[in-house]
Design a protein around this ligand. Structure first.
Ligand code: NAP
Length: 246
């Protein structure tokens, strides 16, 4: 297990992040999983993932806080000596129309989604540069491309992630580090379960495949972008959205 590759997944204990963790675990990666809330069953999750025959480190850290990210990456390096793949997945929504949106709702979403992506990446990249290899996959959203009423904060954060991804891909290509983004559409997780059936139905009508996606369908694309199968792909945004945005 010491020779296994290592993936760090932020927000990796539920939703899309957990599916990504399961995909990498099945492929034999050791896992560093991050979460922020108090109610995560850390011991149960550790046991669950160890059943895949891999090692796992679960770290509580708020990605919007730089020092907590620095400390998380240090713990990962202390345990595994390297990080081969970084998946910046942690994200939140605080939806509202602009005329009603509180400044705090704007700041919080930018801080977690966009600044959080910087905070973790900034601390991981020096280790990837040192070993001249690595893969980074950032989770954006189709609303970062197409926009969505009621989500100025969220779509700005997700559009920011796309710019960040492309700039970083250009910066790091000479070091054999690839950087890509995945833009999910409407995926069945806690984040979308808050929507009413009426809202869900109206969204389905805008999706050519006429259904929500599931988290495993996102995880498969993240895994593809993280290994040699995609060796000539960098700086790209791949939509996983049932054709919602073309
Ligand atoms: P989710 O079920 O709400 O899970 C969000 C994850 O992010 C949780 O693991 C949560 O940790 C973690 N997180 C939130 N704030 C954090 C912070 N400050 N520090 C560290 N971790 C934090 O969401 P999801 O649907 O799986 O979404 C995952 C990613 O996909 C997000 O970036 C989201 O924007 C993006 N996305 C989702 C959809 C969709 O339809 N679901 C569509 C497009 C893009 P705790 O468990 O500790 O709270």
């Amino acid at each position: 297990m010491e020779d296994n590759k290592v993936v760090l997944i932020t927000g990796g204990t539920r939703g899309i992040g957990k599916s990504i963790a399961e995909k990498f675990a099945k492929e034999g990666y050791n896992l560093v999983l991050n979460y922020v809330s108090d109610n995560t069953q850390v011991k149960e999750l550790e046991d669950y993932f160890k059943n895949f025959g891999i090692e796992v480190l679960i770290v509580k850290a708020d990605v919007s806080k730089y020092e907590e990210c620095e400390n998380m990456v240090k713990q990962a390096i202390d345990k595994f000596s390297k990080i081969d793949v970084l998946v910046n997945n942690a994200g939140i929504t605080k939806d509202g129309l602009i005329a009603m949106m509180k400044e705090d709702s704007f700041n919080k979403v930018i801080d977690v989604n966009l600044k959080g992506t910087f905070n973790v990446t900034r601390n991981v990249v020096p280790y990837m540069i040192k070993k001249k290899s690595g893969n980074i996959v950032n989770i954006s959203s189709v609303v970062g491309i197409a926009g969505n009423a009621g989500q100025t904060n969220y779509s700005a954060s997700k559009a920011g992630i796309i710019g960040f991804t492309k700039s970083l891909a250009k910066e790091l290509s000479a070091r054999s580090i690839r950087v890509n983004a995945v833009a999910p559409g409407f995926i069945d997780t806690d984040m979308t379960n808050v929507l009413s059936d009426k809202v869900k139905e109206s969204i389905y009508s805008q999706i050519p495949l006429k259904r929500m996606g599931n988290a495993d369908e996102v995880a498969n694309v993240v895994y593809f972008l993280s290994n040699e199968e995609s060796s000539y792909v960098t700086g790209q945004v791949i939509n996983v959205d049932g054709g919602m945005v073309m």
